[in-house]
Ligand binder design. Structure first.
Ligand SMILES: [Zn+2]
Length: 405
């Protein structure tokens, strides 16, 4: 093998993102532990980088000493039960900090200096369910009853960059039963507000615009973004709200403000726009309708509401369409490749710890792919195959060892 991709990845994690430094600062609530926190967390993180689908798989790798060249000679790694127990008492804020530092380092390394869409750094928020199971559950589970089957799952909102460049998970926030409304939209909106507030504290420099779906097309969300000092674009809701209904009417009756022929996959896009005031929002907002004629003559439309007053119409169009990146590049990829749907361990704290580790590994992979390998793999699966091969073939070298001090 000409290049050992696994060795490259380890060097990248150690030298660019100083990951062992962050992991060594982690702590957990065990009394007199046999293993240091980082000795427990690192195998799990390596497992997620190599796309394990279950803790059984990880157990198998540990038993086979497959990670032995990544630890000082003679290091004993914990068994899977010790890993589970540690995750249950793991310090979640510490893990979140590890991810925040990865994002901060990416920003310092100018990963987003040219923005992700037309010079703006755009992030999207979306809600998702994970770790669904008909058998296992924990007190923090949300539940759905279908017939006589009870489906238990967890739920939360994720914020990630969309557009050009690596798709980084900047943060996520769990749904809290009791605190967040049981009604789907209201509950998710509450989680998303909490998420954006906390991320704006740590990554304010990174984000210009946040894009979200129609459940956020209301004064609560728009005022929240305004107070935090970030622009927002949301899909316009089709019904209820009186001010929105009249804005839509006004926009529909107006003349086209722009027409684009042959715009990226469409035969024609006609743009309509009007300014309106939403109940309970002080500033005037833009209501924009994109009417698309597809190459197969099919017609569809997208309507948005935005606080971005000076943004070009084409940029708005690109951003609202890039919203799907979070669905495609993050959720679908993590669900099919990283076991985001598989229930690793049901316990409120462990669930959050596992999610953080999945997102950290996803971010490292994204950065490694885009920055170091320039996307030259055909698929992520192909990359994982080469990483595994590299792990088997690597030689013991001091510089590749993750020391725990
Ligand atoms: Zn659970």
């Amino acid at each position: 093998m000409r290049k050992n991709y696994f060795v490259k990845l380890v060097r990248y994690m150690k030298n660019v993102y100083h990951l062992e430094h962050g992991l060594n600062k982690l702590s957990d609530g065990r009394v007199n532990p046999t293993y240091r926190t980082s000795q427990v967390i690192l195998p799990v993180l390596l497992g997620f980088l190599l796309r394990i689908k279950s803790f059984n798989e990880l157990n198998f790798m540990i038993k086979n000493n497959e990670f032995s060249k990544l630890f000082p000679r003679g290091t004993k790694l914990p068994k899977i039960d010790a890993i589970r127990d540690t995750l249950k008492v793991m310090d979640i804020d510490g893990l979140k900090q590890v991810n925040q530092n990865i994002v901060k380092t990416a920003v310092e390394n100018k990963v987003f200096d040219n923005g992700t869409i037309d010079g703006y750094t755009v992030v999207a928020i979306d809600g998702t369910k994970f770790f669904g199971s008909n058998k296992k559950s924990c007190p923090e589970c949300l539940k759905n009853t279908k017939g006589n089957k009870i489906h238990s799952f967890h739920s939360g909102a994720v914020i990630s960059t969309v557009g050009k460049g690596p798709k980084l998970v900047i943060g996520f926030e769990m749904y809290r039963p009791g605190e967040d409304s049981a009604s789907k939209d209201e509950g998710e909106l509450n989680v998303a507000k909490r998420l954006l507030s906390s991320i704006m504290k740590s990554q304010k420099r990174l984000m210009d615009v946040v894009v979200y779906d129609a459940l956020a097309c209301n004064s609560v969300w728009i005022n929240h973004c305004k107070n935090l000092g970030i622009g927002t674009i949301v899909r316009a809701k089709n019904n209820n709200n009186k001010s929105l209904r009249s804005a839509r009417k006004k926009t529909n009756k107006s003349k086209t403000v722009d027409v684009w022929e042959d715009e990226r996959g469409f035969e024609k896009v006609e743009v309509y726009e009007s300014i309106f005031t939403m109940d309970n929002v002080e500033q005037p907002l833009r209501f924009v309708k994109f009417a698309m004629k597809h190459k197969d003559k099919k017609r569809t439309q997208i309507m948005i509401v935005t606080t971005c007053n000076d943004m070009a119409l084409k940029t708005l169009f690109k951003i609202i369409r890039a919203r799907w990146d979070i669905e495609n590049s993050i959720f679908n990829n993590l669900k099919s490749e990283c076991g985001l749907e598989h229930c690793f361990v049901h316990d409120g704290n462990a669930v959050e710890a596992v999610l953080n580790l999945i997102f950290i590994s996803s971010n490292i992979t994204q950065l490694f792919l885009v920055r170091r390998l320039r996307d030259h793999f055909t698929t992520q699966r192909e990359m994982v195959r080469l990483l595994l091969k590299g792990l088997y073939l690597m030689k013991y070298k001091d510089e590749l060892v993750f020391s725990s001090s």
